[in-house]
Write a protein of this length. Structure first.
Length: 160
């Protein structure tokens, strides 16, 4: 498993211990999720995907830590209920009910977290992460210039 620095690991632990007894459907995504799934990355922040309702529930759980309240945010390619908090000196971005714009201009349904979630063991915790296959597809849909090929190749390599 790729190592997280102590601040990231403590922040993941705090997320896990706070959310494990709730009904919030959530999963780590982005660089922290990928690092925990053995990709050689050094994450700068923690990204959490959840439902729309889940984004506001997480905000309620961490009210004192919020630096940007959850609100509905939309860009050309993606929209979600988005907010930011800081845990253990680590920036955590909350993204609820993420939708991506299709080529025809319509929006996809919000990401079904449970359908794309894997559970990995990290220091005795069962951490929900979005699967590598889903992450590769998501990067491809967002047309990230460097990420799709390297992520797709890594996923292919891991499954050989």
């Amino acid at each position: 498993m790729a190592r997280l620095d102590s601040h990231h690991l403590d922040a993941v632990r705090l997320l896990y211990t706070t959310l494990k007894g709730t009904s919030v459907s959530w999963a780590l995504t982005g660089s922290t999720s990928l690092a925990l799934q053995d990709l050689p990355l050094a994450p700068n922040d923690i990204d959490v995907q959840t439902t729309g309702e889940g984004a506001y529930s997480i905000e309620e759980q961490f009210t004192e830590c919020m630096v940007e309240p959850v609100s509905f945010v939309s860009s050309e390619q993606i929209r979600s209920h988005f907010g930011k908090l800081v845990l253990e000196d680590t920036l955590v971005e909350i993204m609820g009910a993420v939708q991506k714009r299709r080529e025809d201009g319509t929006w996809t349904s919000p990401v079904a977290i449970a359908e794309h979630r894997d559970i990995i063991s990290v220091e005795g915790m069962q951490i929900p992460v979005l699967s590598l296959q889903y992450e590769a597809q998501a990067y491809d849909q967002l047309d990230e210039t460097n990420a799709p090929m390297s992520l797709e190749n890594t996923v292919d390599t891991l499954h050989r």
